[in-house]
Design a protein around this ligand. Structure first.
Ligand SMILES: NC(=O)c1ccc[n+]([C@@H]2O[C@H](COP(=O)([O-])OP(=O)(O)OC[C@H]3O[C@@H](n4cnc5c(N)ncnc54)[C@H](OP(=O)(O)O)[C@@H]3O)[C@@H](O)[C@H]2O)c1
Length: 567
């Protein structure tokens, strides 16, 4: 063990930090080393790097060693990989920190400029710096080469060594400027957000296209981020973010995440940042020291999870909804678990114990509750990527006597239909329950940008489901999406309830046989509604899914599938 080496939990871990000779990178080296991690501090300049290591050693941190690394240079990255392989045989943590601003700022007297900025907030400071800044092409090119290609080059060189760790982690130091909200082109935003269709090769192409548009003065018409300046920095960080997500998907055993450090007092912003380097490295430290199986593909805004993908799950406090929340969250998605009951919702969130699941109240049949949820999402995330409309009720009341005995009776039946028929004998379908069942339908949050709606319904498509309807005309109407409107679906819901009240269900062709009448009706209307919405919003993916007969409270826990199997 080296002299001054800190013993502890992380003693056997090895980290590489790029651009470690100053600013945030240097502080990350210091923090990791003081936790006992062996740190390979890298810098493009031998002298600056060696000085930084000497400086840390003088603070008692002798578990830091230097290796040269120019991040944009393939052979430099390969030499670093050889060194790590030979010396340690594996790598546990890679922090991709090195970056440049990609612009030219000329401040004649930095000291008086600092005084001029004193008392201003972060936004005002950035605007004032901007007045002294230009964006020449050569800087833009260097910026893409360092921030995007450099991150990729180092990651690719060290990935094999990260796989030799018991749980490799990559931390990409990103920036708020890399968020897609700075892009003006909707198509470009969508393409960069849709990781499932994106490849690293396409990101390389986009990097080329950006530089070409830069040279030809075509940034604005082609939707690149122009307003507020720093276009190359913004694009480089957005491409690095997308690359991080693609690699996280490809390497699910590693934890690969991004973090925006905040506006940190470093050379990059002429020491005008509002956070100290200690404060600016907290998020990076969380990600660097994630436990095995920790989150991946996510994005921290300082220390808070602000994932790239945000999902809302209705009725998320138990059953299928809770499992969907769990599965989405374990895939790095920020989940807003909603429940009508505050206490049950909060309990579900704490049971999951995942930092990227938040609770929000939602009674799906209450438009004002849905509007409050929409406001919350707009404010907190600015967008929604996934909506899972899961909340539902059966529209029945049951009288099964002792629940456990009833469950055992059902569990003894192999035949699914036999189970359902037995349940049928114990249920009644009062009008009030039918009304509640139908009211679950139409108050789900309205589609927002990038929204994917997924109704959990009785069967795969409206036409299959309609087999439960006895009236052919009704079936045809509900199946013929081209002539159906949202208003007509609302009307049909009203008509159904009226016929229910008047005892006219059978006569009018509504589903009657086999019970669960309003449940069938509500799901058939939800399917039709989903298909209408899908047609109206062709840029969104709006689909229905029948989860199977899943063990949940809805069927007295006697489904054929477990909640894990459904996902
Ligand atoms: N400071 C902020 O407010 C802020 C906000 C958001 C995001 N960030 C991000 O935080 C990270 C660190 O920024 P910082 O504020 O600490 O910046 P900084 O003080 O300017 O330090 C940048 C570091 O990157 C190194 N570097 C630049 N190009 C390199 C290359 N081609 N190869 C190897 N190393 C290279 C620099 O080395 P040299 O000394 O040789 O130049 C330096 O060590 C960056 O990714 C930045 O985008 C910072």
């Amino acid at each position: 063990m080296m002299e001054g080496h800190v013993r502890g939990q992380y003693e056997k871990e090895v980290a590489v930090v790029t651009g470690g000779n100053r600013g945030i990178g240097l502080e990350i080296c210091k923090q990791l080393a003081s936790k006992g991690v062996t740190v390979v501090l890298t810098a493009r300049d031998e002298k600056r790097g060696a000085e930084a290591v000497k400086n840390l050693a003088s603070q008692g941190l002798s578990n830091v060693l230097f290796h040269q690394l120019e991040v944009g240079d393939l052979s430099s990255a390969a030499r670093l990989a050889d060194f790590i392989r030979e010396k340690f045989g594996k790598l546990d943590i890679l922090v991709n920190n090195a970056a440049i601003a990609g612009s030219k700022t000329e401040i004649s007297n930095p000291e008086s400029f600092k005084l001029e900025l004193a008392g201003m907030n972060a936004q005002e400071k950035l605007e004032r710096i901007r007045r002294h800044t230009t964006d020449p092409y050569d800087k833009a090119e260097e910026c893409l080469r360092t921030n995007y290609h450099g991150t990729k080059i180092v990651t690719e060189a060290l990935l094999p060594l990260l796989h030799l760790s018991s749980h490799g982690r990559i931390v990409n130091i990103s920036s708020r400027f890399g968020l897609l909200r700075f892009f003006s082109g909707e198509e470009l935003k969508k393409e960069l957000n849709n990781i499932n269709n994106l490849s690293v090769e396409r990101l390389d192409e986009l990097s080329e296209l950006f530089l070409k548009d830069f040279e030809n003065g075509q940034l604005e018409p082609h939707g690149w981020p122009v307003e507020g300046g720093y276009p190359a920095y913004k694009v480089s960080k957005a491409l690095a973010n997308a690359c991080s997500r693609i690699i996280a998907k490809k390497h699910p055993t590693l934890c690969i995440n991004c973090v925006h450090p905040g506006y940190v007092n470093t050379d990059m912003n002429f020491h005008t940042g509002v956070l100290t380097v200690e404060e600016g490295t907290r998020g990076a430290l969380i990600l660097a020291l994630l436990p095995k199986g920790g989150m991946t593909g996510a994005y921290l805004d300082c220390t808070e999870v602000a994932s790239f993908v945000v999902a809302v799950v209705t009725g998320g406090n138990r059953g299928i909804g809770l499992e969907i929340c769990k599965q989405l969250a374990s895939n790095g998605i920020t989940v807003v678990l909603t429940a009508r009951d505050e206490k049950r919702g909060a309990e579900a969130v704490s049971t999951l114990g995942l930092s990227n699941v938040v609770y929000h109240q939602l009674e799906v049949s209450d438009p004002s509750s849905a509007a409050r949820l929409a406001d919350f999402i707009k404010e907190k995330f600015g967008k929604l990527d996934i909506l899972v409309n899961n909340a539902g009720i059966t529209g029945t009341t049951s009288n099964v006597g002792d629940l456990e005995t009833f469950r055992q009776e059902l569990a003894g039946m192999d035949d699914l239909m036999e189970r359902i028929q037995t349940i049928n004998k114990h249920i009644t379908e009062p009008y009030e329950e039918a009304e509640k069942c139908l009211s679950f339908l139409f108050c789900s949050p309205h589609p927002m940008e990038g929204l994917l709606t997924c109704h959990l319904t009785m069967d795969y498509s409206g036409s299959i489901l309609l087999q439960f309807f006895s009236g052919d005309e009704l079936k045809e109407e509900l199946n013929n999406i081209d002539s159906l409107s949202e208003q007509r679906v609302d009307e049909l819901s009203e008509l159904f309830l009226k016929d229910f009240k008047d005892g006219q269900l059978e006569a009018r062709g509504w589903p009657k046989e086999g019970g669960f009448i309003s449940y069938k009706e509500s799901k058939a209307l939800a399917n039709a509604y989903s298909r209408i919405l899908a047609k109206e919003h062709p840029s969104l993916c709006i689909n229905c899914v029948h989860p199977g007969y899943v063990e949940t409270d809805m069927n007295f826990q006697v489904g054929h599938l477990t909640v894990e199997e459904l996902s």
